[in-house]
Design a protein around this ligand. Structure first.
Ligand code: PLP
Length: 405
């Protein structure tokens, strides 16, 4: 991987703020966009914009075609068996809400159970809480173990005949831990229970193959994999999606509407009510092309060596308490400084052009487990470098001097 060539493709990486370079380590929140994605979005708005699907004219047909091509790119990228298993949504949150509503309507009743984990982002907890409240069902959690990793072995004992669905993130945004989702699928499937994987923090860092994982549903956001904001994906096995009712009603999701009743469109359109974010979807297709050109395996191995380097530097600083398990983490370095509050540290580093995120990372149950209100989180992407990591730790040392540590 030629890191300089990659960096050249991200215009934002060369901006200066107050004359200083910008060191972007907030990639778990959102990734920056390569020129290819920017050009694609720009080209559509400049030269091709038109609403898709219902047009009888050139631009509408062109963009309909590009939109459906983007769907096929996503299909191949995650190795889904069928094109219609890819539903465009507005992001991971939107995908999970779609599924929790729709699956919940069809399959969850009073006294039933859904299992999530203590390590989830709020977007894989709250929609299930809302569903369970609506249906008088129960939400259970795979707990965190002492070592800071999920205790996946507890899943078996949490499952009962009332369990309807299990959901888990492949990579935790608050700690970077990689969860053994394959094992979760195996256990759940041995009880005929479907599994949703939240791939918001894995899709950009590792090969995600839905057939190999054998998951029933999978969600991710375009903006975290170098694509535009406002676009996301819900993958679902065709046999499941066919059984689920629509989430939102409106245009495009219908087959026939009379004043008495409506019959619904086929997959995937049944779940894509209204004008979709076709610009975002086509932009996501361009982001996937970009990732494919670099190679997801190359990205994974480059990021691993950079992550290991950052982790080692963090471990050398005895003032840092690293959050999460010791091993089995990628991309996210989450820590608490023994003497400097995370917010103050973030503020200090920002003055030196370093962008990290501080706070609870929308994972308050996990923060409660670790006994901290929040952490400082450095998260890496394919364009980060060792020099940037060195700069970060140099400025961290300066912060310690500044705060009198
Ligand atoms: N799940 C995980 C693990 C995340 O890290 C995030 C965002 O940080 C989300 C879900 C929600 O993603 P979005 O805000 O793009 O819907």
């Amino acid at each position: 991987m030629d890191i300089n060539k990659i960096r050249e493709q991200f215009p934002i990486l060369s901006i200066k703020i107050d004359g200083k370079s910008y060191y972007y380590f907030d990639n778990a929140a959102t990734t920056q966009k390569p020129q290819k994605v920017i050009d694609t979005v720009n080209e559509i708005y400049s030269l091709q914009n038109s609403n898709i699907h219902r047009g009888a004219h050139y631009l509408s047909n062109l963009l309909t075609d590009r939109f459906e091509q983007a769907r096929i790119k996503v299909q191949h990228f995650i190795n889904a068996e069928h094109r219609e298993e890819i539903i465009f949504t507005y992001g991971t949150t939107s995908s999970i809400n779609l599924l929790s509503y729709s699956f919940g309507e069809a399959f969850v009743g009073e006294g039933d159970e859904v299992i999530t984990t203590e390590l989830e982002h709020h977007s894989n907890i709250v929609p299930w809480q809302i569903l369970c409240e609506r249906k008088k069902a129960k939400l259970k959690y795979i707990p965190l173990a002492k070592d800071g990793a999920l205790d996946i072995d507890r899943l078996e004992s949490l499952i009962t005949p009332k369990t309807k669905l299990v959901t888990i993130a492949q990579v935790a945004n608050s700690t970077g831990s990689v969860n053994d989702v394959k094992k979760v699928v195996k256990i759940a499937h041995s009880h005929n229970i479907p599994v949703l994987i939240d791939a918001a923090q894995s899709i950009q860092h590792m090969k995600v193959d839905v057939q190999e994982l054998d998951c029933d549903f999978l969600a991710f956001s375009g903006h975290k994999i170098y694509g535009p904001t406002g676009i996301g994906v819900l993958y679902g096995k065709k046999e499941w999606l066919e059984k689920l009712p629509p989430f939102m009603g409106g245009g495009e999701m219908i087959d026939r509407v009379t004043m008495e009743r409506t019959t619904y469109n086929c997959l995937p359109f049944k779940f894509e009510a209204g004008t979709p974010n076709y610009v975002g979807a086509i932009g996501l297709g361009a982001a996937i092309d970009f990732v494919n050109e670099v190679g997801i395996e190359e990205i994974a191995s480059y990021e691993k060596s950079l992550y290991d380097y950052a982790l080692q530097k963090a471990e050398e600083n005895t003032n840092l308490l690293i959050i999460g398990p010791e091993t089995g983490k990628i991309s996210v370095l989450s820590f608490v400084h023994k003497s400097i509050p995370s917010g103050d540290l973030g503020f200090f580093l920002d003055k030196w052009g370093i962008a990290i995120r501080t706070g609870n990372h929308c994972a308050q149950p996990a923060m409660d487990f670790f006994g901290v209100p929040g952490t400082a989180r450095l998260s890496i992407a394919m364009y980060n470098t060792r020099e940037e990591v060195d700069y970060f730790f140099e400025k961290l040392k300066e912060a310690e001097l500044f705060f009198g540590v």
